[in-house]
Ligand binder design. Structure first.
Ligand SMILES: Cc1cc2nc3c(=O)[nH]c(=O)nc-3n(C[C@H](O)[C@H](O)[C@H](O)COP(=O)(O)OP(=O)(O)OC[C@H]3O[C@@H](n4cnc5c(N)ncnc54)[C@H](O)[C@@H]3O)c2cc1C
Length: 220
């Protein structure tokens, strides 16, 4: 998420208190604030290296080439904007690529029932990330969604000659072109300026307009 430099006026819900995690054989019941690292320790190694919580991961349908949350979710308990609770099965969550009903409608995920889906050895997953992503640098993960029926956003940005391009302290990563890193004191304005430059150049070079995967928050 990218918050504006001038701050945010509004209500933010912190999910840190939703930390209960229950495991019964291959069934997992995890509240929205449970860190994904805890699911990795239970064997869901395909999530290794993704920062965040169960709530954020369900909302974003987070995943890797080894799987996405939509394959693991059995049900979700969520609260809508009027404070009403709902329990939805997987189909009702309307998952799609990095999206879900929760993200579209702004519902808060309180708890999810998950299948304990295994993945490759965790070292392999983390090593692959270290080779292909700017691990250890400050970023918000992938900035753009991969377009449908086209090469990946990272490939398009790379082939538009944009790796290393900067606006202020925001820079297109030389390791993975779909990451914008903060070299020190990048502002949200720098990041937005760089996003604009990347989009314009990719459109000129490839005729494709990149949609954002990053959530850009307005001033409230
Ligand atoms: C270095 C790095 C690498 C990353 N790699 C990946 C990757 O490989 N794959 C991938 O899919 N993502 C990746 N991400 C993006 C991100 O970490 C994941 O999407 C993660 O699941 C977001 O979880 P979060 O709790 O941090 O949510 P936030 O980033 O805080 O929020 C993301 C969205 O989820 C919503 N949200 C958060 N909590 C809840 C809740 N309880 N209920 C409803 N909505 C909620 C927010 O409103 C927002 O719309 C990466 C990010 C970074 C910084």
């Amino acid at each position: 998420m990218l918050f504006p430099d001038e701050g945010f006026t509004g209500l933010l819900l912190a999910s840190g208190g939703l930390g209960r995690l229950m495991v019964d054989e291959h069934d997992v019941r995890a509240m929205g604030g449970v860190p994904l690292g805890k699911l990795v320790k239970l064997g869901m190694t395909w999530l290794a290296g993704i920062p965040g919580t169960v709530g954020g991961a369900v909302s974003m349908n987070a995943g890797t080439k080894y799987g996405a949350m939509e394959s693991a979710v059995r049900w979700v308990r969520a609260v809508d904007r009027d404070g009403c609770q709902h329990v939805l099965d997987r189909k009702e969550c309307a998952f799609s690529y990095r999206n879900s009903l929760f993200r579209r409608a702004g519902w808060s995920v309180l708890e999810a029932g998950l299948d304990l889906l295994p993945g490759p050895p965790v070292d392999r997953v983390l090593n692959e990330r270290a080779l292909s992503q700017p691990v250890g640098e400050a970023s918000a993960g992938c900035v753009f969604r991969n377009p449908q029926d086209a090469p990946s956003a990272g490939w398009l940005i790379d082939r538009s000659g944009l790796k290393g391009t900067c606006v202020g302290d925001a820079v297109v990563s030389r390791v993975h072109a779909n990451f914008i890193c903060n070299r020190g004191s990048a502002t949200a304005r720098d990041v937005l300026g760089l996003i604009d430059r990347v989009r314009q150049r990719v459109r000129q070079a490839h005729g494709i307009w990149l949609d954002l995967e990053l959530d850009v928050v307005g001033p409230g």
